[in-house]
Design a protein around this ligand. Structure first.
Ligand code: ZN
Length: 407
């Protein structure tokens, strides 16, 4: 995988071409991306099919058949879409895939996660060109709309019969870069709760001491929620063993209400973005929220705009044959792997919800975490190393021998 002197590695060229396709919200060029990936799959000799999971939303499924296609397969998931970029804050045009003198390739999606899609395909190309073939079938699912919640992308795919037909045993999906020599593997995701708290009260003239007013209630709500936030922040900083994925974050995101500067409003509304580890007692936490609202005063209540209730974790015990395969392949390559709970959410949650073991993993070490940030980049050497990583991982995963219950 060494860089050919003076000439760019063809896999890097493909990665840069893919970055130039503007699959950016709110009007992603999915047709362009699918046409590009269809051409690439054909070139590598991989059959594919297009599944329209909802009108206008197509998932591309690319397959490399194993020697025993009846066995459970390996799913390699990735999303095509990227988040918007504030172009004036970037060093280069975020859709030009410019490479600097150090080999850093700048582009929206360079880390999240166009690199991974190309790495999956290029690893398979390499293995196929060496005449290799493995026991289990490997499927790639390349999906739309992850960055806007996945409801019309991965969620719909998991409900589609085409998904069941994949007969999945284990899945890989996206992870995060790691600035150190280590790589990070994610075995779970925090739950997302977007909570809207309504604080009704008695209106009146702004010059008086009106009892039961909305402002006092919203103050108590803010105190309870944000004191808890402070405790969790302290807990995170108190131990080196904890990461963001292990604690609950609470952030005030919107405050609404009021009609005039001299009128006490009849309602104030606060909303919070709360992320809760799957290891927490979610029912008990909801009861806690109810208590905070009750204590804030008469009539205070909350509703959910978004609420996930998952306690699904993928076992990182060596008795899990998939994790055993994943981690032993990493060990053979002398990779240090840190296991964490993903702090935000990805499409992996839909896969885990269906009961499949899944690991979030993007092979990017020595790389700052720049997803959704200005100047998102990936170094070409790290990118090429990632192809090598998958060239070891995929054979190991696809060679996991017959499991109990498999024919
Ligand atoms: Zn992503």
């Amino acid at each position: 995988m060494a860089k050919i002197e003076g000439k760019e590695h063809p896999s890097v060229g493909l990665f840069r071409d893919y970055l130039r396709i503007r699959t950016v919200h709110p009007n992603p060029d999915y047709d362009g991306a699918i046409a590009f990936l269809e051409k690439l799959s054909t070139e590598v000799g991989l059959p594919y099919k297009k599944v329209e999971v909802t009108p206008g939303r197509v998932v591309l499924i690319v397959s490399w058949e194993g020697t025993d296609p009846k066995l459970k397969s390996i799913l390699l998931n990735s999303h095509m879409d990227v988040v918007p970029a504030f172009e004036d804050q970037w060093r280069f045009d975020p859709f030009a895939a410019q490479k600097d003198e150090e080999g850093n390739i700048y582009g929206r999606g360079a880390q999240d996660m166009k690199c991974v899609t190309i790495q999956y395909i290029e690893a398979i190309r390499k293995l196929k060109s060496e005449g290799k073939r493995y026991l289990r079938t490997i499927h790639l699912s390349i999906v739309p709309d992850e960055e806007i919640g996945g409801q019309n992308g991965m969620k719909k795919l998991t409900e589609h019969e085409a998904f069941r037909a994949l007969n999945i045993g284990f899945a890989l999906d996206e992870g995060l870069a790691n600035p150190t020599d280590a790589y990070t593997a994610f075995y779970g995701e925090r739950n997302v709760w977007w909570v809207i708290v309504h604080c009704p009260g008695s209106p009146g003239h702004g010059s008086r001491f009106i009892e039961n007013n909305a402002g006092e209630k919203v103050r108590r709500v803010l105190n309870s929620f944000l004191e808890f936030r402070e405790e969790e922040k302290k807990r995170l900083n108190s131990s080196k063993c904890l990461t963001l994925g292990n604690v609950t974050t609470v952030n005030l995101t919107t405050l609404k209400g009021g009609v005039a500067y001299n009128v006490i409003p009849n309602e104030l509304i606060a909303s919070f973005d709360i992320r809760i580890p799957p290891t927490e007692d979610l029912q008990a936490f909801e009861e806690q929220l109810k208590k905070w609202c009750q204590n804030a005063g008469e009539g205070v209540f909350f509703e959910f705009f978004q609420k996930t209730m998952s306690d699904k974790l993928t076992s990182t015990d060596l008795s899990n044959p998939w994790w055993n395969a994943f981690s032993s392949a990493c060990r053979e390559m002398d990779m240090t792997v840190q296991t964490e709970i993903f702090p935000a959410s990805t499409d992996t949650r839909f896969i885990r919800e269906m009961g499949y073991p899944a690991i979030g993993f993007s092979p990017m070490n020595h790389t700052p975490i720049l997803l959704h940030d200005h100047n998102e980049y990936l170094n070409e050497k790290v990118f090429l190393k990632g192809i090598e990583v998958y060239s070891h991982l995929l054979p190991t995963l696809a060679s996991v021998s017959h499991l109990s219950g498999e024919a």
